[in-house]
Design a binder for this molecule. Sequence first.
Ligand SMILES: [Zn+2]
Length: 83
Amino acid sequence: MPKNRRFRKGELFKKKRTPGGQYTYVRRKQRASKPKCMICKRPLLGTQQQGAKTQKRPERPYGGRLCLQCLEVAIERSIHLST
Ligand SMILES: [Zn+2]
């Protein structure tokens, strides 16, 4: 019979005592990863998890999606394609 691997990982589940005295496994909340650039996958600057929406990402086209270097290339390409 295969081993139950679900409870072997201590990162996913935590043993917790209920008010009735029994022990149960509680799933731990997974943390969100830091925002990264869609093209080059580098971590984005000027972003944070908490606060107002204007504080969470830069207010420019593709802010919070692309880094500044990739945005320059993308805008140049769109101009070349349109003309
Ligand atoms: Zn990038």
